[in-house]
Design a protein around this ligand. Structure first.
Ligand SMILES: [Zn+2]
Length: 199
C-alpha cells in the first residue's frame, strides 16, 4: 500500500512568504501615502494577494495551480485601472490584491526551483507559465527561500511601510521582518527536521 507522506519539495518556495508580503506592502505604500483613507484597504488587499499564490502548497500543484506569472497581469491591470477611475475601499483593496498576486507569481522566477534543498540546484523549474504552457526556469537571483539576500529583500521592501506609515500598519511591517529573520535563521536546518516529522 502506498504511503502518503507530505511532498517534501513543497517545503521550498522561491522566496519566503515574508518577502512576498513585504513586496505587497511596498506596492501599497504609495497608495496609502497618496490616499490615506484607503491605506487599510491597500495593505489588506496587498497582503492577501501576496499570500494567495502559495496556497497551492496545500491544494493542487505548487507554483502552478495558483501561480500566473503572465496571465495574472491580464486581470491586475484592468482591475487597477478600475480602482483609479472609481476609487473606493473595495476597488482599491481588490486592485492591490490582484497586483500583488501578479507580482508574486512573476517574482517567483527570480528564485530557486522546487527542491527540498534549493541551494543544491537539482530542479530548475521555478514557476509554471499557463500562457506558454511550460515551466519558467529558476534564475536563482535569490538562491533559496530564507537566504541572506532574501531577508535583505524583505527588510528593504518593508522599510517604506515602517518609515512612512504609522499605527498598526507600521507594526505589521516590523512583524513581517521579524518573521522573515526568524525563518532565515532556521531555514537550512528545516529539511532534516521536517523529514523526521513525516517519517
Ligand atoms: Zn510562490
Amino acid at each position: 500500500m502506498a504511503c502518503e507522506y507530505p511532498d517534501l519539495r513543497k517545503l521550498s518556495r522561491t522566496m519566503m512568504a515574508p518577502t512576498h508580503v513585504a513586496t505587497g506592502l511596498a506596492i501599497a505604500v504609495p497608495v496609502a501615502t497618496v490616499a490615506p483613507e484607503y491605506a487599510a484597504a491597500a495593505v489588506a488587499g496587498s497582503t492577501v494577494g501576496s499570500l494567495v499564490p502559495d496556497l497551492d502548497l496545500l491544494v493542487g500543484e505548487h507554483r502552478r495551480t495558483l501561480h500566473f506569472p503572465t496571465l495574472g497581469w491580464v486581470v491586475a491591470v484592468p482591475v487597477a485601472l478600475a480602482a483609479v477611475v472609481t476609487p473606493s475601499a473595495v476597488t482599491v483593496g481588490v486592485a492591490l490584491c490582484a497586483l500583488s498576486f501578479a507580482v508574486h507569481s512573476a517574482a517567483d522566477v527570480l528564485g530557486a526551483g522546487e527542491e527540498v534543498r534549493p541551494w543544491e540546484r537539482t530542479n530548475p523549474n521555478a514557476v509554471y507559465c499557463h500562457l506558454r504552457q511550460r515551466w519558467l526556469r529558476a534564475r536563482y537571483r535569490v538562491r533559496y527561500d530564507g537566504a541572506p539576500e532574501d531577508l535583505l529583500l524583505t527588510v528593504v521592501l518593508a522599510a517604506p511601510t515602517v518609515v512612512l506609515l504609522d499605527g498598526p500598519v507600521r507594526w505589521f511591517g516590523l512583524l513581517v521582518v521579524g518573521i522573515g529573520a526568524a525563518y532565515a535563521l532556521v531555514r537550512k536546518w528545516l529539511p532534516p527536521y521536517v523529514a523526521r516529522l513525516v517519517g
